[in-house]
Design a protein around this ligand. Sequence first.
Ligand code: ADP
Length: 272
Amino acid sequence: KKYIVVTGGVLSGIGKGIVSASIGRILKDCGINITSLKIDPYLNVDAGTMNPNQHGEVFVTDDGYEADLDLGHYERFLGIDMKRYNNITAGQIFKSIIEKEREGKYLGATVQMVPHVTEEIKNKIKYIDTDLLMIEIGGTVGDIEGEIFLEAVRELSLEEGIETFFFIHVTFVPYLNVTNEFKTKPTQQSVQLLRKIGIHPNMLIIRTEKSIDSNSLDKIALFAGVNRKYVINLPDAENVYEVPEKLFNIGIQTIIAEKLNLEISNHLNWNY
Ligand code: ADP
């Protein structure tokens, strides 16, 4: 089993969900058996009780689970029916831990974030049966709630073999009109935060309002320690359904397939 892990930096709502769903779609069209897992670090057990004005639509899955709206992106982009197991929240993890503790299942051990909570998260991730699992970690790197999930994924990457993991960090680079330049510092800092946790991103997807100059991308690659070929700009699209084609034209499928040692079909039927 191989994994792609998508994290976000600098701001929330920069399009991690769209990027993950788009990459998933491309790889699915390349003949890979893929599904997705959205991790929501909030303490709600599911999105059913959350205010849609604040949080967006509640997406109800085939098996009646009230999920985050990103599962809707996955279902529409991937053409796969999403199920309850395609979404986990911190609320579910803690609920399950506390129930097990009350049942005496920890046999007197002191129940801790590491290893018990991380173990629970890793088991949920391992439970999903697929060749390639696309894991999107909600929120922004540096959020206190998200830390335990990043730790669990880091541990899993060591247990399963780092060569089976591809880490993509999606960040935002703002443009300052007054000085007429793109500002890369927040992105540099967010990659530093990730590295402090022990995750070294393989690829950076740089979201901008307008196309960024190549000098700024060189600078980001240098500071982040990411191969320049793997630093990709994704300016705002008119329509989110353009994103898969843009990423496909950049050749993201070849880069990922090379790194993860995936066999992709060369007879891709691209019909968007
Ligand atoms: P995140 O997962 O980072 O919270 P989403 O993927 O849910 O972000 O995207 C947030 C919003 O931004 C969505 O409403 C989506 O329509 C829009 N969006 C995402 N990516 C792009 C893009 N490349 N171009 C234009 N709009 C986008």
